[in-house]
Design a protein. Structure first.
Length: 245
């Protein structure tokens, strides 16, 4: 399959990435008419850097997060160009929006035109956690997502994930400094605002940016660091006790 060949070529080093295919028929804004299929790509974050986020973000975590976003944006541009050159119409979707964009275009809803998390769950790569993080099967929330929309039909490599697999775990809920979540489990019929308050998260991230980093930035990372799935990494350097204290 030419699409997989292109992906395998660009997703290097291979062990740092995950990807999958999604059938998005009927799930996208009409402006994306015809682009009924998606490619979800995840890039793993550095475990050592994530483990350093104990009571709030570090400048190293912030810089790493931004660099991964830049790298992923360029990656989708490169992949999309090669897909188009092979006759596979595609649209690359940026990894995240900037602070300026959030203050204007997305101020009312804090939602983007394409949800990378939705594409990833439809591709069967993971589910949505209790603090609205995408939780991958292998790396937990320790990754960044991008998406590419295509017109060419693709067969998903995995079944879509329709509900949370977090069970009774409330670690991210308990450790969230802004108390953004109530512990309700996500599924495809549960709206974000029923289990998570994005406004509280946004305010806390802005406060961390000002007070911890001295920047006009919104960043936290605590829920990323404490998720037990991500902490299964062999080079884990902190424990939950360390974080709580």
């Amino acid at each position: 399959m030419i699409i997989e060949q292109i992906l395998e070529k660009h997703l290097q080093p291979r062990d740092q990435y995950i990807y999958g295919f999604a059938d998005l028929t009927g799930l996208l804004d009409p402006k994306f008419e015809g682009f009924n299929y998606g490619i979800s790509i995840g890039r793993k974050l550095d475990n050592r850097i994530v483990d350093s986020v104990i009571n709030g973000p570090t400048i190293e975590y912030y810089s790493h997060y931004r660099q991964i976003n830049k790298d992923m944006e360029q990656l989708t541009i490169d992949i999309s160009k090669e897909l188009n050159a092979c006759g596979i119409e595609s649209i690359n979707i940026e990894p995240s929006v900037s602070t300026g964009d959030l203050d204007s275009k997305y101020l009312l809803l804090l939602k983007t035109d394409i949800s990378h998390k939705m594409v990833a769950t439809r591709a069967g790569l993971g589910w949505i956690g209790k603090t609205d993080l995408f939780v991958s099967k292998e790396s937990g929330p320790r990754l960044r997502l991008v998406s590419i929309l295509i017109k060419t039909p693709v067969v998903p490599k995995s079944k879509p994930v329709d509900k949370s697999r977090c069970g009774n775990c409330n670690i991210c809920v308990d450790f969230c400094p802004a108390k953004t979540a109530n512990g309700i489990l996500w599924d495809i019929n549960v709206k974000r605002e029923e289990f998570f308050d994005p406004w509280k998260c946004r305010e806390q991230c802005a406060e961390f940016g000002r007070e911890r980093l001295g920047l006009d930035a919104r960043v936290c990372g605590i829920c990323v660091a404490v998720c037990p799935i991500g902490q299964k990494s062999p080079d884990k350097s902190v424990s939950f006790a360390d974080i709580k204290n």
